[in-house]
Design a protein around this ligand. Structure first.
Ligand code: SAM
Length: 255
């Protein structure tokens, strides 16, 4: 079913080209052809809970998570605690050489890298997400027009190279239909399909509208998610429960 709607979208490329991100199509094509090592699977053990991630992560088994992909809250009073919780739990929950991918605002880069490295995580790379719709976001404290968001890539030691060669710039899209802080699903797909392999489990402790979890589901990976806000949690559940998983909705193509 998913495959058919995907083909239908490609067939109508003239009308959808401007909306569908070409890179995502390439990713999905290679997933369908089994090139990425990720198979389409039923997410048998995936879970998503409406609780504080501190509590949720305390119940997970040590060393049980393959990779973490997340986007912590940036707000003034909470960001530091959020990144600290993330750093400590990454060290506890990630398998050896498991990757942590975390969005990080430009103006907090130095602090966040300090927190992650202070917990014992090892720096791997930075992936800038170029936001095609950006240009209005001036950071007045620096007089900078911010055209990209960094995704920090860290690893639970020891450093082990990614399973596939990856391009280190992501050309994202601005997608805010479900949540004001929503990130583009194309970012997550493009990265996970290079770094994760079949059967692996992806954790997003700050799941928001469920973008990471939805990408994992589409790629046939297992996921574990936590979201503290009940309204946002409900939105994420609706996205995850789409049946059948319609790629047009998934790619947020406007009707
Ligand atoms: C930046 S948003 C994530 C947006 C997400 N990437 C998306 O695409 O929708 C951060 C989310 O973390 C949630 N959050 C904040 N503190 C939390 C906590 N302690 N446990 C779980 N979720 C939390 C917020 O409610 C918010 O939805």
């Amino acid at each position: 079913m998913i495959y058919r709607s995907w083909i239908a979208i490609l067939a109508g490329a003239g009308t959808t080209d401007h909306i569908l991100n070409r890179r995502t199509i390439v990713v999905l094509k290679s997933v369908r052809k089994g090139r990425t090592g990720i198979c389409k699977g039923v997410n048998m053990t995936s879970t998503f809970e409406n609780i504080d991630c501190d509590q949720g992560m305390a119940d997970l088994e040590i060393g049980s998570v393959d990779h973490i992909f997340t986007d912590p809250p940036y707000l003034k009073d909470v960001w530091e605690e959020a990144y600290q919780t993330l750093a400590i739990n990454s060290m506890i929950l990630l398998k050896p050489s498991g990757f942590l991918f975390t969005y990080c605002p430009q103006y907090r880069l130095s602090d966040v890298m300090g927190i992650l490295e202070g917990a014992g995580l090892q720096y791997y790379w930075v992936i800038p997400v170029l936001n095609q719709n950006a240009g209005t976001g001036v950071v007045w404290a620096r007089n900078a027009i911010c055209l990209y968001t960094p995704i920090l890539v860290y690893q639970n030691p020891p450093i082990k190279k990614a399973p596939m060669v990856f391009e280190d710039v992501v050309r994202g899209m601005c997608q805010k239909a479900y949540h004001p802080w929503q990130q583009s699903i194309h970012d997550v797909l493009g990265i996970l399909c290079r770094f994760a392999i079949s059967g692996e489990t992806i954790l997003d402790p700050f799941a928001g509208s469920g973008t990471t979890l939805l990408a994992a589901k589409l790629l046939g990976l297992e996921y574990i998610g936590f979201e503290i806000d009940p309204d946002t949690y409900r939105i994420a559940c609706q996205r995850l429960e789409q049946q059948p998983l319609d790629l047009r909705q998934f790619c947020e193509v406007e009707a």
